[in-house]
Structure formats: structure tokens, C-alpha cells
Design a binder for this molecule. Structure first.
Ligand SMILES: *Cc1c(COP(=O)(O)O)cnc(C)c1O
Length: 407
């Protein structure tokens, strides 16, 4: 509702700005602060190209998020004028006031999305409006300014089009895109954001595991909670991530790739590492079920999560699978494992798409999840992954989730 009203406001503003006949008439109205505010507008982007383009890295040497493309997209905002004209500039360091609010109070949120090259060499985004809307929503939680999410998608399309050569063609490879939104006020008070910057950088990435899937072991969180009711764990705020690194390192020392974050006395399953979590089982009623935790304010609303649910409802429900967003606990999972009803567990997120699990350590016991002989993922995990990959790489013609960056 709020979003719709806001967008109508933005549209109305744009009409009045560009229609000369109403300019004078609206001069009086323009005295109010809001009407002087420029909305984010990516219909035109000022481009300053890098003098020298970087050599392309070897695909098989790519490490996640370590090499970046030649340029970056930058948009700045302040409370008096609104959004400035977006610019694409050579990739490089930012110069910032040391008191900038991003450094002190974590006025920061981010997005993670990818561009995939189709058979015609055109980069495609995957449901990009969802990332843009999520960034708007997250930003609002920390007082960052509004924008029209369609304009952010427009800006990202133009940026990725310019960086086309950085989008690898091979399946499993992609260009990881990192929109970042920060408060830049240069004063130490904790208050509403008056100056902000939204920038977008991009990094070519390979598959998480060269050999396709690699099933991992998880360790349940014991004394630490990732998110809680009324908290901000369901937002992609930078401040949520730094505190997860030390527990993950401790788990890593014991041979576990990720933490399975539980919540409450029931030990509800919430998320795995920085991914959403899916469990495939025969439930207590004897039904074939794919279940994931509900969006109850503790779960990050993943674009991949939504896509897994959508595609499972469309293509697996007709085969008798029950698709559920609902609370379930690690006790339920342990019982299912003991009774031979636990079929598959996987994480879902943009970086790895799906990440199969082969064992979970819980209260001193290891529960293993059976994998087909010689395989690193169960059939449901693999099937869902292939369906989504086909859409991402444009192999499924005209799928609405796959958005080419140019026509
Ligand atoms: C980003 C993220 C996810 C996955 O979201 P996608 O949109 O699918 O990439 C899940 N959990 C957490 C905690 C995340 O930060």
C-alpha cells in the first residue's frame, strides 16, 4: 500500500517536472521541500569510461567476490535535493569523511543478485525487481531514502550492459552484482539519514563447487541466535552479518561448513549460514513434503527461496508433493532421520543457488541425510536446481523471471 502510494507520488512529481505549461503554475507548490526533491531517475546515466580496461581473469581462477569489473554505478541523495543524476565511473576507491554514519552506526544494507549470459550472448537478470524492492524495504528500516525500485533495476541493466564482457558464458558462471546503500552524513549524532549513497559493483564468479554439487555438514547453533522476533534478521543489513563470522569459524574448526541457525526452546529451524533452508521429508502424516520456515520476521525473504517455492508449487505439487511454509523444529528433523523419513536438506541463496546437506550435528549427535550412491545431491534438490538454472540462463524461452539487460 505504502509503496504504491509512494510510487504514484513519484510519478506525479515527474509529470509536473517535465510539463512546461504547468511549471509556473506549480512554482508556488514547489516551495514545499518534497516537490523540490528529485526522484531517482536512471533514464539517463552519465558515463565516464575507464581509460584502460582490465585484462579478463581466467575463469578457472575466479574466487568469489575478489575481482571486480571496470566500472561502478553511483547514485547520491540528500534530503534537500533528492537523488542526483546517476553516474557510471571507473571502478575505484571511495573517499569518505571518517565520521560518515555508515562507519559508526552501520547505516548499511546490501543486495546480492547475478547476471547470466544466454546463448545469444545477452546478459540476463533473475527477478531483479525483487532485489530492488527488498533494498527499498531494508533501507527504510534504517532511515535510508525511498526510490522507485524500477529505476534501480533500470540503472543495473544499463550498468551490466556496459560490463557485458565480464559476464561469463558458461553454465554455473555469472556476474555477481552487489548493490550497496549507505548513510554518508558526516557527524557523530545518531539520527535520521540526511545524506546517502547507493552504489553498484560487480564481480565475475564461478560455480561454488567446480564438480557441481558438494554436500556439506551442518552444526546447529547452541548459544547464539541469528535473529529473533521483533529484531532485524529479516533485513539484509550489514550489521547482521559480522556477528555470524566467529561462530562460523568455530564450527569450521570442527569440520562443519555452515551453522544451522535454530530459534527458541523448540529449536525451530530458521536458516543455514546465509541461506534459507529447505527440508524434504515424509512428514508425520505420511505425506511427501517440502518445507521451509515461514516469513515471520526472523527469516530473510530470499529471492531463491521464493523461486524454489513457486517452482515446486507449479511442478512438484502435481506429483503429490505438499509444499509448506511453516514452522518445524530440529527435534522434528531428528525424529524423521531416526525413522528413515528424512529425504533431503538444502540451503538456497543467490550465491550457490542450492547447497545440499549430508549431515547435521545436533545436541551431540550427528544425523545423516542419505545421498544417492555416487551423488552429492538428492533428486529433488537437483531437479529444482536444474529448473531454475534453465530459467536463469534463458534456456526456458520467454520466462518472465529472466530479464535481458537489453532488447
Ligand atoms: C541473502 C540471504 C539469503 C538468500 O537470499 P537470496 O535472495 O535468495 O539470495 C538467505 N538468508 C540470508 C540470511 C541472506 O542474507
Amino acid at each position: 500500500m505504502f509503496l504504491t502510494r509512494n510510487l504514484q507520488g513519484l510519478r506525479a512529481l515527474r509529470v509536473s517536472r517535465f510539463s512546461t505549461s504547468t511549471r509556473l503554475a506549480s512554482a508556488a507548490a514547489a516551495a514545499t521541500a518534497t516537490s523540490r526533491m528529485q526522484p531517482m531517475d536512471c533514464s539517463e546515466i552519465k558515463i565516464t569510461k575507464a581509460d584502460k580496461l582490465k585484462p579478463m581473469p581466467e575463469l578457472n581462477t575466479l574466487q568469489f567476490g575478489k575481482e571486480f569489473t571496470d566500472h561502478m554505478l553511483i547514485m547520491k541523495w540528500n534530503k534537500d535535493n533528492g537523488w542526483n543524476k546517476p553516474e557510471i565511473v571507473p571502478f575505484g576507491n571511495l573517499s569518505m569523511h571518517p565520521a560518515s554514519s555508515v562507519f559508526h552506526y552501520s547505516f548499511e544494507c546490501f543486495e546480492g543478485m547475478k547476471a547470466y549470459k544466454d546463448a545469444n550472448g545477452v546478459p540476463r537478470l533473475f527477478r531483479p525487481i525483487r532485489n530492488a524492492e527488498r533494498m527499498l524495504n531494508t533501507g527504510r528500516r534504517i532511515s535510508l531514502p525511498d526510490f522507485d525500485p524500477n529505476q534501480l533495476v533500470e540503472g543495473i541493466k544499463k550498468f551490466v550492459d556496459l560490463e557485458s564482457r565480464w559476464v561469463p558464458q558458461e553454465r554455473g558462471y555469472s556476474l555477481y552484482i552487489r548493490p550497496t546503500f549507505i548513510g554518508t552524513d558526516s557527524a557523530l549524532g545518531v539520527h535520521d539519514v540526511g545524506n546517502a549513497m547507493l552504489f553498484v559493483i560487480a564481480s565475475p564468479v564461478g560455480p561454488y563447487y567446480k564438480s557441481g554439487f558438494k554436500a556439506v555438514k551442518l552444526c546447529c547453533s547452541e548459544n547464539i541466535v541469528r535473529a529473533w522476533p521483533g529484531g532485524s534478521g529479516h533485513y539484509k543489513l550489514g550489521g547482521n552479518y559480522a556477528p555470524s563470522v566467529v561462530p562460523a569459524r568455530e564450527a569450521g574448526k570442527k569440520g562443519f561448513a555452515q551453522i544451522l541457525w535454530l530459534y527458541g526452546e523448540e529449536d525451530y529451524v530458521t536458516e543455514v549460514g546465509t541461506m534459507n533452508c529447505f527440508t524434504v521429508w515424509i512428514n508425520k502424516n505420511g505425506e511427501k513434503e517440502i518445507i521451509t520456515a515461514p516469513l515471520d520476521g526472523m527469516i530473510l525473504p530470499g529471492v531463491t527461496r521464493a523461486s524454489v517455492l513457486d517452482i515446486a508449487r507449479e511442478r512438484l505439487a502435481p506429483q503429490g508433493w505438499k509444499i509448506t511454509e511453516g514452522k518445524y523444529s530440529m527435534k522434528d528433523v531428528a525424529q524423521a532421520a531416526n525413522e528413515g523419513r528424512l529425504l533431503e536438506v538444502f540451503g538456497s541463496g543467490t550465491a550457490a543457488l542450492v547447497s545440499p546437506v549430508k549431515a547435521i550435528q545436533y545436541r551431540g549427535k550427528e544425523f545423516s541425510i542419505p545421498l544417492p550412491a555416487g551423488k552429492e545431491a538428492g533428486p529433488i534438490t537437483e531437479q529444482i536446481s536444474n529448473w531454475i538454472l534453465d530459467i536463469q540462463y534463458g534456456k526456458e524461452p520467454n520466462h518472465p523471471w529472466s530479464v535481458p539487460v537489453r532488447n
